[in-house]
Design a protein. Sequence first.
Length: 134
Amino acid sequence: MNRLAAFAPQILALQRIIVGLLFLEHGTSKLFGFPESPMPMPDPLPPMLLASAVLELVGGALLAVGLFTRITAFIVPGEMAVAYFMAHAPRGFFPLVNMGEPAILYCFIFLYLAAAGGGAWSLDSLRSKATPAP
């Protein structure tokens, strides 16, 4: 297991990239219809869905490239909490039953990224290397 720990920064980066791309996909689905969502979206999107789509698109893209990772990953869990309590919790108590597991997982993965930062292969790490120390 100690050998695996040596790859923690790269595994964190892979997690950030994959989760960011998955989140971005929700935004593109709502805004552009691609990929087509199994749940039909109203046209035009109501303001709440439009706001969530923009957060997903911009937040997912920023996380995928690792730019402003901590602040982005601090903001987007709020959207997931709102989604859970507005769309999932009224359908039942258990996340398995109310289909809210993805929202909860996104929320806590994002909170972890807010604490951990972008890791290796992030624009944040490149920016910190390029900034001279005072």
